[in-house]
Ligand binder design. Structure first.
Ligand SMILES: [Zn+2]
Length: 490
């Protein structure tokens, strides 16, 4: 029997507001432990929460960007559970009425465009952070420390429909979601700092039929790689169980163990009724007018899908290149600024931005906002290349100097004497000298060894320190070599 996986994601994204969701404490990442706390986020008796308007606006913006309906009121519930990092012993969240519902997100899979449902988005608060210490790993820890700085940071939970079938699709979904949240400026999307992470629900079933067993929820996946690897492992495990006639008997929570490459059983999955949800009496419902929603909608910038369409349809970029640029807002803005200044084809710009420029960014781990090359200068360099003032190789050298110094290309070309030699007479003299100095390769070429031609081009380039226009050199060489006395046939 053939099986398929049914995957749904619950993505948690911290909202990057300056202060927490129900108090005025700062949200700076990496502050000394327990320095950003107050009676409200420590859950001290009598302290009362007050909603951060900006957090609500951010959550609404996320809902709009993901094509959701926005609820007409924002209401909060208490989710009761005890854990040391949750000082109130309940989390303020939205259960009965999520803020956003019924949205969707499109991903480009190998099988084509796929629409993934967004079941709900709700606004809630973060818990604190438990730091296991005294040894490595949770199992060997001797004691735990608690940092309440994270307590009360606003969070949205985005729940996808059970529409994903492959680990690769889950990764694509998460990448796209991260890209959109970063564009909106509502989350910094930093998985390595934990501000974006997800739980993955997964079950298996015979293709197109009802699920056979229960589902497992893999908790707290914090990298794209972990999401893909954990799902691949868990799907294989469940398919083997199903094939042997013992599908999952009850819903379970599992952890991903990076080291062993396996998911590990944690506990039976909690059911909603166990949390005893009820409306939070300290927080009155907030009315969300349609005028307010429209106002928030107007702040949404052009999103990656729209950019992708524009790049491929109007500018003729290849699909893959268009997506690589569109996915990163700052890279896209830089790319567009260069295109705007450039008189040539945008594809030339994408080629250079994704090629040599990205290589330098990665090599130096430079953030795009710290780049010294002004977009106008980048465009000028590409124009010099198009006009034949510099060769492709020299343009790379110039770009590198621009990257490290921020100088403009014309100054670099002039000061370093990098202008390309395209003057035919000058090159003819150089070619003649090279031919005279290398009779061996000339004879080889005339005897039919094509490689000797490249050698001779190389010698001319060497003599000019790479400044000769290789196309002109080739033409001169062909003219000089071809009319040579071919051995006449008997
Ligand atoms: Zn506080």
């Amino acid at each position: 029997m053939e099986y398929e996986a049914v995957i749904g994601l619950e993505v948690h994204a911290e909202l990057c507001t300056a202060s927490k969701v129900f108090c005025g404490c700062a949200t700076t990442f990496g502050a000394p432990p327990n320095n950003q706390v107050c009676p409200v986020c420590l859950g001290l008796p009598g302290a009362l929460p007050a909603l951060n308007r900006r957090a609500l606006e951010y959550a609404i913006a996320a809902g709009l960007a993901l094509n959701c309906q926005i609820a007409s009121t924002c209401q909060f519930d208490r989710k009761q559970y005890y854990y040391p990092d949750l000082p109130k012993a309940y989390q303020i969240t939205q259960y009965h009425q999520p803020l956003c519902t019924g949205g969707c997100l499109e991903i480009m899979t190998k099988q084509g465009l796929k629409r993934v449902g967004i079941t709900r988005i709700h606004l809630e608060e973060e818990a604190g952070k438990t730091v296991h210490a005294g040894s490595t790993g949770i199992t060997g820890a001797q004691y735990a420390l608690i940092d309440y700085n994270r307590c009360g940071i606003p969070l949205i939970e985005i729940v996808s429909g059970p529409d994903l079938r492959f680990p690769e699709e889950a990764k694509l979904f998460l990448e796209k979601l991260r890209s959109i949240l970063c564009y909106l400026g509502v989350s910094d999307g930093k998985m390595e700092e934990g501000s974006l992470r997800c739980d993955a629900n997964v079950s298996v079933r015979p293709v197109g039929e009802q699920a056979m067993g229960k589902r497992a929820e893999i908790k707290n996946l914090n990298s794209f790689r972990a999401v893909q690897a954990a799902l691949a492992y868990e799907i294989r495990r469940q398919m083997e169980l199903a094939a042997s006639g013992t599908p999952l008997a009850m819903e379970e929570a599992r952890a991903w163990d990076e080291q062993s490459g396996m998911t590990v059983y944690m506990r039976p999955k909690e059911q909603p009724h166990e949390y005893r949800y009820y409306p939070d009496p300290d927080l009155m419902p907030v009315v969300i007018s349609s005028a307010w929603v429209e106002e928030i909608g107007r702040t949404i910038p052009e999103l990656p899908d729209a950019k992708y369409d524009r790049y491929t349809r109007q500018w003729g970029l290849a699909s893959h290149d268009a997506w690589l640029i569109a996915a990163e807002q700052k890279l896209a803005a830089y790319f567009e600024a260069v295109v705007e200044s450039f008189s040539g084809n945008p594809k030339t710009v994408s080629h250079w931005v994704l090629g040599e420029f990205s290589r330098l960014l990665n090599l130096e781990k430079t953030a795009i906002d710290a780049v010294k090359i002004r977009p106008r200068d980048f465009a000028v360099l590409l124009e010099r290349l198009a006009a034949g003032t510099v060769s492709g190789n020299t343009a790379k050298t110039v770009l590198e100097t621009m990257f490290y110094t921020g100088q403009d290309p014309d100054t670099i070309i002039r000061e370093q004497g990098l202008a390309q030699i395209s003057d035919v007479q000058q090159l003819q003299e150089l070619v003649a000298a090279v031919l005279a100095a290398h009779p061996g390769p000339v004879a080889d070429y005339r005897a039919g060894k094509a490689k000797a031609f490249d050698y001779l081009v190389g010698q001319v380039m060497k003599a000019t320190r790479g400044r000769a226009n290789p196309e002109v050199v080739r033409q001169i060489l062909i003219a000089e070599l071809v009319p040579a006395e071919k051995p006449a046939k008997q």
